[in-house]
Design a protein around this ligand. Structure first.
Ligand SMILES: C[S@@+](CC[C@H](N)C(=O)[O-])C[C@H]1O[C@@H](n2cnc3c(N)ncnc32)[C@H](O)[C@@H]1O
Length: 526
């Protein structure tokens, strides 16, 4: 049964009218991280709270960055429906704590919270509305006390539901300083919101959220992940198939996930990961120690979806080597083009050396500029410089060409693969200096090259479907960080050389995958 008042609030969250009633353009809202949760997602997040956890005398619901209150409304809607069907006999009172920074939303939020309160009171539940206009960061740090305000509140929140703002936090900002006072180091507001809400949860309290997937890997979210994994157990995760699925209308381009967790450090054996539509999701269950490997210091979160997810993960995670065990390092291309603009050129002149961008990787190799100095013979390349002048300013950023394996750091949305690698043959570059642009990572041995067989084998391994699928399990964005490549597992050197010596066409994905399966027993995806 749906309570009419809360259904109205939820419908409001879906309506264009509401979006425009606050008289803000899409750009202004995007700047402020104001993307509103559509009602099916709000209902899903609210629906994940355990019925048992809601059946207690007193609930305290936290909605930080509440916007119009759609998430609170979804929880209230569920609670009233459960109550009507006699399922929450113990429930006597609820505190609805909502934080919103933007004064433009406050009147609507106040109205909506009143509608929620009316719905609850109708089913015999007392309500305390705690609407706070201001910064949740400020308020939560004050409540938790970073030693700044003299006094610590015991965590009292029983349920937190979040669609937090997505924005970078400047290094010298007050927000950063406040977070640091609690020992929290993070550069994005969404992680700060989830982190603070988790700290405000009482033991056994539950948290549901929709957030970008970017926290699952990478150095910027390492501290957050470690704390998250140490303090909570995950129950469910939903991954959207496409980037625009969650907030289609609002053109949010990050890949988003929904998750539900409980604050407690006890181990839980299985996590349900789903994908596809919310009405009809495809689910897999994965063991907690595969979700986050207990011995991984990075605490990378692996979100495996699809029927072959476990097979892919098991194959890569049981490979014998980390990259340093192969004596190989991975670094980011040192040439930052906009800093050396005056030394870049569309043609390869006498004082110039080739400058390599991601698009120079084609079918497993790095394409050198054409000898007639007219570029790369590719129309798309025309826009980018192909050369960098050797001078006092640039010399320190250039490297002697050697047999490196280059890999793109960013894939475009249209690209099928995230991992796109190519071998650089130093003979194509007259064994001279080269510039490797910052959108590339490269594998090397103390800046020297690899053997032919090892470079080819490593490149083919990275270009295989199994490696790409594994990578997607823990990396939801289009970036391929050097840290991720260091955390990957690789076959041993002899096996990579064997793969490198195998006769095959590097433009043929099926041939690479077949070799991986014949040589190493990798799962095949034919
Ligand atoms: C992504 S929107 C989500 C709104 C709402 N929770 C929903 O699901 O529809 C994030 C909201 O957080 C608010 N916000 C941004 N920074 C904030 C802060 N420091 N404290 C409290 N709210 C903030 C924004 O104004 C915006 O309304």
């Amino acid at each position: 049964m749906i309570a009419p008042a809360t259904a109205q609030v939820l419908a409001m969250a879906d309506s264009e009218g509401w979006r425009t009633c606050v008289e803000k353009t899409r750009e202004e809202r995007s700047e402020a991280g104001q993307f509103f949760t559509p009602s099916p997602i709000a209902r899903c997040l609210a629906g994940w709270f355990h019925e048992k956890g809601l059946n207690r005398p007193s609930l305290h619901l936290l909605d930080p960055g509440a916007g119009g209150g759609a998430l609170t409304a979804a929880v209230v809607d569920r609670v009233t429906a459960l109550r009507v069907s006699g399922k929450l006999p113990l429930l006597e009172e609820i505190t609805l704590e909502a934080w919103e920074l933007d004064p433009a939303f406050i009147p609507a939020l106040r109205n909506n919270l009143s509608a929620c309160a009316a719905a609850l009171e109708k089913v015999g539940v007392r309500v305390k509305i705690d609407l706070r206009q201001g910064s949740y960061i400020e308020g939560a740090v004050r409540a938790l006390d970073g030693g700044l305000f003299g006094g610590t509140e015991a965590p009292s929140v029983t349920h937190a539901i979040l669609n937090p703002p997505y924005r970078k936090i400047a290094t010298r900002s007050r927000e950063r300083q406040l977070l640091n006072s609690l020992g929290m180091e993070t550069s994005n507001l969404y992680a700060a919101f989830v982190w603070l809400a988790l700290r405000q949860l009482e033991d056994g309290g539950e948290l549901s959220a929709i957030v970008p997937r970017s926290f699952c890997n990478g150095p910027y979210f390492r501290d957050f992940r470690r704390d998250l994994v140490a303090r909570s157990i995950f129950h469910r995760i939903h991954v959207f198939d496409s980037r625009t699925e969650a907030f289609g209308r609002d053109e949010v381009l990050q890949e988003n996930i929904l998750f539900h967790l409980t604050r407690q450090s006890r181990k839980r054996p299985m996590i349900t990961v789903s994908t596809g539509s919310l009405e009809c999701p495809v689910e897999v269950r994965i063991p907690a120690d595969r979700f986050v490997c207990p011995d991984d210091p990075e605490k990378v979160i692996h979100i495996a979806t699809g029927s072959d997810a476990n097979e892919v993960r098991d194959f890569i995670q049981t490979l014998p080597c980390r990259i340093e065990e192969l004596g190989i390092e991975v670094s980011t291309g040192p040439v930052v083009d906009f800093r050396l603009k005056s030394s870049l050129s569309p043609r390869l002149g006498k004082q110039d050396v080739p400058l390599l961008y991601p698009h120079t990787i084609k079918a497993g190799r790095v394409i050198p500029p054409l000898p007639d100095a007219s570029g790369y013979g590719d129309a798309r390349v025309g826009k980018k410089p192909v050369a960098i002048t050797v001078n006092d300013e640039t010399r320190r950023w250039l490297i002697p060409a050697a047999r490196f394996v280059l890999i793109k750091r960013f894939s475009s949305k249209e690209e099928k693969r995230r991992l796109v690698a190519g071998v650089l043959d130093p003979r194509d570059f007259a064994d001279g200096l080269i510039g490797i642009e910052n959108h590339l990572n490269f594998f090397h041995r103390k800046r020297a090259g690899l053997s032919v067989a090892l470079a080819k084998g490593l490149c083919r391994f990275l270009n295989s479907s199994v490696a790409d699928r594994y990578f997607r399990q823990f990396n939801g964005h289009t970036q391929v960080n050097a840290t991720d490549l260091r955390a990957f597992r690789y076959p041993d050197a002899a096996s990579l050389e064997h793969l490198g010596k195998t006769k095959l066409d590097d433009a043929d994905q099926t041939a690479i995958d077949l070799a991986m399966s014949e040589l190493f027993g990798a799962p095949s995806f034919a």
